[in-house]
Design a protein around this ligand. Structure first.
Ligand code: N01
Length: 534
């Protein structure tokens, strides 16, 4: 689609859930805008992550847009946790229903975003040869969109089939009769392994860091429960917006250290069957702040693993966590642990028996080579900053975002970064983003940005930029809140260490979704203190 000449009011990067909602809000205004999307369709991470077993771990009735009562009444979710195809259908439906496709330029990767100080606008170029100017830029690129390739020698030498969960082919691979190696045991590995094991002749799981995972308890939704939920949708959405996690999960405020063994067991059992790891995290006030409290939960989950997995050595390896429960993203699974009772499923503990290389025939660890017909890499993402850095963002004086953030992200409220005027980040680092229901977080950010644009237009403001002092304060507040918990203890993409060379920084803001929302709303109501408006 050709771009109109002249200066756009707003350029949006990304047509996932975030960019699509920005498009919806912008389309209801008189602003000239365009959305750039590298994929051939909407969906963002839900477009690419189509691996077997991919599904959401937040309830469908909550992991969905709230901006249109008609939309939430008419859309019918079939399962408690929707699978990837259904979520993608939903996103496509939203794009069609609100006539948003016409605003999106697909198959177009943004290659540079450069601030022109004299003109006070951004100049955006794409791999399709576009050059377009925009007064404002909204990056809605998601935190989990740039695949992380594992640092393993010999990847290219493998002569069998190789697949990455985060860029799964549209034509479904056939595993029947094949020997499959799976590397990586985060959410993507844990969801895909049981499904792959359903058809493959042999599955070998290479586990470096064991995940904590709980049963998803996924099931079809009953018409009556959906009707009951929909009858009070506005009330449920309001509760999500004021909650800590952007969901309907509620917790307890008492300490586990004062609770009886019976009570502790009762609550943990309840959460184990609730299909919600959030339930376990807030089952007592100190689960995620006190190691002794957390250890009680770890012991409970370890017992569960040993109850399910018959082979004691395998159970011990699956439960060989060295970090607190919840400090890496907990997974929700369907039959993950039970899959290791199947005779054709094997576990290789890569901590003890490290991968030396991928060979033409399979994977060689220190103990020897295992042959595979297929290798599945469930090795995660260059999260939070990976995609932002790939946009080629240069702010004032040509400073690159990756240089400004060399010691870790620097933002005010997770929304703007000093030196990068008029550029907004939707659900990026230093905002609640990935530790909450991200659809609520997207709506929260985009609504705030739209109010800021209205404020700017009404006041004749041409630039808006985080003030350095406010930014410094926010960066240290995010760290203080994070380091008051057990979250930063673990190595993961949340601590920014899964990609070699990146500084160890705890990325999301843990102050709670509702209170973060109050804070950014107050800033808006008070005329945007902490931002330089000119
Ligand atoms: O990625 P991950 P993911 N050799 O980073 C291993 C969301 N999500 O795609 O930790 C051996 O969690 C790595 O091991 P280690 C959700 O937010 C949501 O699974 O580096 N192993 C780890 O085990 C989730 O948290 C849903 O030691 C290597 C794994 O690969 C986030 O996406 C579903 C390795 C990567 O795990 C990311 O999940 C799916 C190597 N060289 C994803 N390199 C739902 O909504 C990496 N690993 C349910």
């Amino acid at each position: 689609m050709p771009i109109d000449p002249g200066v756009l009011d707003v350029a949006v990067v990304g047509a996932g859930l975030g960019g699509l909602y920005a498009a919806y809000r912008l389309s209801a205004s008189s602003r000239r805008f365009r959305v750039f999307e590298s994929a051939p369709d909407v969906g963002g991470t839900w477009f690419y992550n189509r691996y077997p077993g991919a599904r959401c771990d937040v309830d469908s009735l909550q992991y969905s847009y709230s901006f249109s009562e008609d939309l939430q009444q008419e859309w019918v979710w079939s399962e408690r946790f929707a699978g990837q195809p259904e979520i993608l259908d939903y996103i496509r439906h939203v794009a069609s229903r609100f006539d948003l496709y016409r605003h999106i330029q697909f198959d177009t990767r943004v290659t540079s975003v450069e601030w022109d100080d004299r003109a006070a606008h951004w100049v955006i170029t794409t791999d399709q040869g576009d050059t377009v100017a925009a007064k404002w830029v909204i990056t809605a690129v998601g935190c989990l969109s740039t695949p992380k390739r594992p640092e393993i020698d010999g990847l290219e030498s493998f002569t069998g089939e190789s697949y990455y969960t985060n860029s799964w082919p549209h034509e479904e691979p056939d595993f029947v009769g094949k020997r499959v190696g799976v590397i990586g045991t985060g959410s993507s590995g844990i969801q895909s392994i049981p499904v792959i094991a359903g058809s493959a002749a042999e599955v070998t799981v290479y586990q470096r860091t064991p995940a904590y995972t709980m049963p998803a308890m996924n099931r079809p939704l009953e018409a009556a429960e959906v009707a009951a939920h929909k009858a009070h949708y506005p009330r449920h959405r309001a509760q999500e917006r004021t909650s800590r996690s952007g969901t309907l999960v509620t917790g307890h405020s008492d300490s586990i250290l004062a609770a009886s063994d019976d009570e502790i067991h009762r609550r943990f059992e309840e959460c184990w069957h609730a299909g919600s790891f959030g339930c376990a995290l807030v089952s007592f006030a100190d689960i995620i702040t006190d190691r002794e409290a957390n250890d009680r939960l770890v012991a409970f989950v370890r017992d569960k693993v040993h109850t399910i997995v018959a082979d004691k050595a395998v159970a011990s390896a699956l439960a060989s966590w060295e970090y607190p429960f919840g400090s890496r993203r907990v997974c929700l699974d369907t039959d993950y642990y039970a899959t290791f009772n199947r005779p054709h499923v094997h576990l290789v503990d890569v901590k003890k028996d490290p991968i030396a290389e991928v060979t033409p025939r399979g994977v060689r660890t220190r103990s020897g080579e295992r042959e595979h017909d297929v290798i599945v890499y469930a090795t995660g993402f260059d999260a939070f900053t990976g995609t932002l850095f790939r946009l080629g963002i240069r702010g004032r004086s040509g400073v690159r975002l990756e240089d400004a953030w060399a010691q870790g992200p620097r933002t005010y409220l997770g929304i703007q970064s000093s030196g990068f005027p008029n550029l907004f980040i939707v659900v990026g680092p230093q905002s609640p983003s990935l530790v909450v229901n991200v659809v609520r977080a997207i709506e929260q950010h985009v609504d705030w940005i739209m109010d800021a644009l209205d404020h700017a237009d009404a006041g004749g403001i041409t630039t808006m930029e985080a003030a350095p002092a406010a930014e410094t304060e926010w960066v240290s507040h995010v760290a203080d809140v994070g380091y008051a918990t057990l979250y930063p203890v673990a190595d993961s993409y949340m601590t920014n260490v899964n990609v070699p060379g990146k500084p160890r920084v705890f990325m999301p803001y843990l102050g709670g979704f509702g209170s973060y929302g109050d804070r950014i709303s107050r800033v808006a109501a008070d005329g945007y203190p902490g931002f330089v408006l000119s």
